[in-house]
Design a protein around this ligand. Structure first.
Ligand SMILES: [Zn+2]
Length: 454
C-alpha cells in the first residue's frame, strides 16, 4: 500500500457556482495536504491537521507558490487534427475540406496514428488535462492507437471512431453497417478496460445518413455507460445544410433526438445556434453541451450563450472543450481566457470560481463522471494538476498583487497557458513534471514502478 502526499495551496469545488453564491462553492486550503493511497485521494485538509496521520514511509511532495487543483477536463477535442492546428483562413465547411480531411486521410497509416497519439497525449498532460472526450478518425486503428497510449499513462479518457458515410473524401467514408461493426468491436475491446471509456462518434449530421444515425443509436444499446459525441449547430451554413438534408426535423438537435441520440451521456460540441426549445430538450434529457470558445472565435462560428444555457429555470449541463485543431490551444487556462471574453461580449462576466468549476467538477458533472473525477476530495481518483504561480516573470509580478484566491485564479486564467502547469498527476502518479529533465519529463506509471524497484 503506497502512500503519497502533495503539500500546497489546494483549490477545489463543493457545488455548482452557477446555481448558488460562487464563494460558497469553493474549497480553498492555503497550506493543505492531499493524501493519496493506491491512486485515490484518502484525505484532504490543512497540513497542520493532517501531517500527523501520514505513515512514516509516506512520500510528501511540496509545491510552494502553486495551486493544486483537480486535473482539467476537455469535453471536445480531435487528436488527429493536432498536425493542422492554426490553419488559416476558412470557416467550418471549407475548413473541413481544405485542412481536416487531408489530415485525417494520413491516418490510414497506423504508424502515423501512433506517433500523433503519443504527441497528443503528452500535450494534454502538459496542459494539466487528465480527462478528455476525443474524436479519432474513421479508421479503427486510430482508436486503438489513442487508447493504447492513454492506457500506458493510465489516464481516464473517452474516445471513439468517427462515423461518416457521406460528404467526405471516399477514403474517409465507412458505411452504416461497417461503421457499426467496427465500433462494436472497439467497444468490446476498450470500453471499461482500465480507465478507458468509449464514445459512439458520428462526426455530425451532414456526414451521416439517416441509416448511420440509426446505427449509432443501436450501438449505444450495446453496453452500459457508453457516450455519444457529435457536433451541433456550430456554423450558420452548416445549420442551413442540415435543414435541407433533414427536412422532416424541426431543428438540428431534433435530427439527433429523432434518431435516439440525445440522452444523459450525449455530448454536443459547440451548440452556438440553438433555439430555446433546444435548450429545453437538453435540460429534459440531461444532454451536455461542450463550450469551445477558442475554436468558435478562430473559425468565426459565433458566440456560445453560456449564461442562457445555464439559466437556472432549465439549466443545461455545460463542459469546456478546446476543439483542437479548430481550437487554438489544448490549455484549459487559455480556453477560459477566451470563455471569459465571449461571455463579456454577451454582457456576462464569468467569474474565476465559475470558470475553474467548468474546467473541473462542472466538466465531470456534464460527463456523468463527477462521482470519481473533478474534485480534490476523499474517494476521488487522484488526477491532479499543479499550477505554478511564478511560471513567468509577469505572472510572478502580477500574483504578488493578488489579495484573494479568486484573484489568483482569475489571473491564472487570463495570463495562463501550458507554461503554468508545474506537474500533472494521474491516479496518484506524477506522470508529467515540467521541471524534470527532457528525457524524464513524461513518465508512465509502469516506468516509475520499475525505477522504484531498482
Ligand atoms: Zn469538433
Amino acid at each position: 500500500m503506497s502512500v503519497t502526499a502533495l503539500r500546497g495551496r489546494i483549490v477545489s469545488f463543493k457545488d455548482d457556482p452557477f446555481a448558488g453564491a460562487s464563494a460558497d462553492c469553493l474549497m480553498h486550503e492555503p497550506d493543505g495536504l492531499v493524501i493519496i493511497r493506491d491512486g485515490r485521494i484518502e484525505a484532504v485538509g490543512p497540513y497542520d491537521a493532517l501531517c500527523g496521520k501520514l505513515p512514516d514511509a509516506a512520500i510528501v511532495v511540496s509545491y510552494p507558490d502553486a495551486i493544486i487543483s483537480a486535473g482539467f477536463i476537455d469535453a471536445h477535442v480531435h487528436y488527429p487534427q493536432l498536425q493542422m492546428i492554426g490553419a488559416y483562413g476558412a470557416q467550418l465547411l471549407e475548413w473541413l475540406d481544405r485542412y481536416v480531411f487531408p489530415a485525417e486521410l494520413a491516418f490510414a497509416d497506423a504508424a502515423h496514428a501512433g506517433r500523433v497519439a503519443k504527441t497528443f497525449l503528452r500535450e494534454l498532460l502538459r496542459a494539466g488535462t487528465t480527462t478528455a472526450a476525443v474524436y479519432c478518425t474513421v479508421h479503427p486503428h486510430s482508436v486503438d492507437a489513442f487508447f493504447a497510449e492513454s492506457e500506458r499513462f493510465n489516464t481516464r479518457m473517452i474516445a471513439g471512431k468517427v462515423l461518416m458515410d457521406r460528404h467526405a473524401p471516399p477514403a474517409l467514408l465507412d458505411t452504416a453497417e461497417r461503421g457499426y461493426d467496427e465500433s462494436l468491436a472497439l467497444i468490446r475491446r476498450w470500453h471499461g478496460r482500465g480507465r478507458q471509456l468509449y464514445a459512439v462518434t458520428p462526426r455530425f449530421a451532414p456526414s451521416c445518413s439517416p441509416a448511420q444515425l440509426d446505427a449509432a443509436a443501436g450501438l449505444l444499446r450495446q453496453a452500459d455507460g457508453l457516450f455519444l459525441q457529435t457536433h451541433l449547430a456550430e456554423n450558420l451554413a452548416e445549420v442551413e445544410w442540415v435543414r435541407t438534408l433533414f427536412p422532416g426535423s424541426s431543428s438540428y438537435l431534433d435530427v439527433y433526438e429523432k434518431a435516439g441520440l440525445v440522452g444523459e451521456r450525449s455530448i454536443f460540441g459547440h451548440a452556438i445556434h440553438l433555439r430555446e426549445q433546444d435548450f429545453c430538450t437538453c435540460h429534459r434529457t440531461g444532454a451536455a453541451l461542450a463550450h469551445c470558445p477558442t475554436s468558435n472565435r478562430f473559425l468565426g462560428s459565433g458566440a456560445f450563450r453560456l449564461f442562457d444555457a445555464l439559466d437556472p429555470r432549465r439549466p443545461v449541463r455545460v463542459a469546456l472543450g478546446t476543439d483542437v485543431g479548430a481550437g487554438t490551444s489544448l490549455s484549459q487556462l487559455a480556453t477560459l481566457n477566451e470563455a471569459y471574453k465571449t461571455a463579456q461580449s454577451l454582457g456576462h462576466p464569468l467569474d474565476a470560481i465559475q470558470a475553474f468549476w467548468l474546467a473541473t467538477l462542472g466538466g465531470a458533472r456534464a460527463l456523468r463522471l463527477d462521482d470519481r473525477i473533478g474534485r480534490v476530495a476523499p474517494g476521488y481518483e487522484a488526477d491532479l494538476c499543479v499550477l505554478d504561480l511564478k511560471a513567468t516573470p509577469l505572472l510572478a509580478f502580477r500574483t504578488g498583487f493578488c489579495d484573494s484566491v479568486e484573484e489568483l485564479l482569475f489571473t491564472l486564467m487570463t495570463l495562463g497557458d501550458d507554461r503554468m502547469v508545474r506537474a500533472t498527476w494521474v491516479a496518484g502518479v506524477p506522470v508529467y513534471d515540467r521541471d524534470r529533465g527532457d528525457d524524464a519529463r513524461f513518465q508512465p506509471p509502469a516506468s516509475q514502478a520499475a525505477a522504484s524497484r531498482t
